[in-house]
Design a binder for this molecule. Structure first.
Ligand code: 5GP
Length: 346
């Protein structure tokens, strides 16, 4: 046994130190970024915030609303090919720049991706997603995907340490998804004791990725717009959101009414709810590692997006970053033992 004594930090442990700025207003701040990729020759321009590939968040409806503002959606993997055909028949031109298809690492998953790409060759992004990105099988799958789809943008995850970021990038991924355990409906840390505080994971993984020309997504743990800013400040190229986008019209799941209030169901993709729905229950060799919750219904997602984008713009003005690109360069985090004053918080 060995202990690493260096403290690892999460969103709640840091704040931005404000810096002198010449910006007059947050309306001067541009949140668009343009990225080139390590393997794919595509180039991407947009606002690098993503809907998570959860069936309650990464829906077609969410993708249409987000794409309209140049935000990205990792579409969940449970849509059938027929549902995809129907969506792509309606969706506006250019939607392929703002959506990824998601896949696991089974043979059936790979067959489905191949069929999708043959039918819809304009799709550009593939998100290969497993809870634990540390297995050799996963690395082999990423290599296979790169060989089959030489010019697609491949997202792979999840991992939380630099050496695995490097391994997956060298195996053929363009973007690495970072986060084990921080998610709002994740119980991995409780069930397994495994995890890594998200701000430190981002700092360390961004450093590893950027050294090779790769990119990272911070995935999980953002509960307020300030956390999204902190993820960018720490070095994330993209920030993926689950819970912050749940509960809206565009989110999946039924709206239910309780005591005169409306709620929407939101659950982890490894929760018993998701496994019952998609794979006929939790297999007896594993534990469910996700929660099922009901979140207050919040109407159209547009209002929430304005709140998030306004928050990130405002962070940029506090540190003097005219573009999102400058935010991490201008970030000095201070370690803190307090966050919000909750006197009037219910
Ligand atoms: P949030 O933004 O809600 O904090 O986190 C969203 C992320 O949580 C997802 O993108 C995914 O990485 C992770 N996640 C989703 N479902 C589950 C689950 O059932 N178990 C675990 N461990 N993580 C999950």
């Amino acid at each position: 046994m060995r202990i690493e004594n260096e403290i690892k930090l999460g969103f709640k442990d840091v704040m931005f130190r404000p810096k002198r700025s010449t910006l007059k207003s947050r309306s001067q701040v541009s949140l668009e970024r343009t990225y080139k990729f390590m393997h794919s020759t595509h180039e991407w321009t947009g606002v690098p915030i993503m809907a998570a590939n959860m069936d309650t968040v990464g829906t077609f409806e969410m993708a249409l609303t987000l794409a309209d503002k140049k935000l990205f959606s990792a579409i969940h993997k449970h849509y059938t090919i027929e549902e995809w055909d129907a969506f792509l028949g309606n969706a506006p031109k250019g939607i392929e720049n703002y959506i990824a298809i998601s896949t696991g690492t089974g043979d059936a998953d790979l067959n489905k991706v191949e069929e999708m790409m043959n039918k819809h060759p304009h799709l550009k992004f593939i998100c290969i997603d497993v809870a634990n990105g540390y297995s050799e099988h996963f690395v082999a799958f990423v290599k296979k995907a790169r060989a089959l789809f030489p010019d697609k943008v491949i997202i792979a995850g999840n991992v939380v340490t630099g050496e695995m970021v490097e391994e997956l990038l060298l195996a053929g991924a363009d973007i690495i998804k970072v986060g084990i355990g921080p998610g709002s409906v994740c119980t991995t840390r409780v069930k397994t004791g495994v995890g890594y505080p998200q701000v430190s994971a981002i700092i360390e993984c961004a450093d590893a990725a950027h050294g090779l020309g790769g990119l990272i997504i911070s995935d999980g743990g953002c509960s307020v717009p300030g956390d999204v800013s902190k993820a960018f400040g720490a070095g994330a190229d993209f920030v993926m959101l689950g819970g912050m986008l749940a509960g809206h019209d565009e989110s999946g799941g039924e709206t239910v009414e309780k005591d005169g209030k409306q709620y929407k169901q939101f659950y982890g993709m490894s929760s018993a709810t998701a496994m019952d729905k998609h794979v006929g229950g939790v297999a007896n060799y594993r534990a469910s590692e996700g929660k099922t919750v009901e979140v207050e219904y919040r109407g159209p997602v547009n209002n929430t997006l304005l709140d998030i984008l306004g928050g990130v713009r405002s962070t940029c003005t506090y540190v003097g970053a005219q573009q999102l690109k400058e935010l991490s360069k201008r970030t000095t985090f201070i370690r803190v033992a307090e966050q919000e004053n909750r006197v009037y918080t219910k």
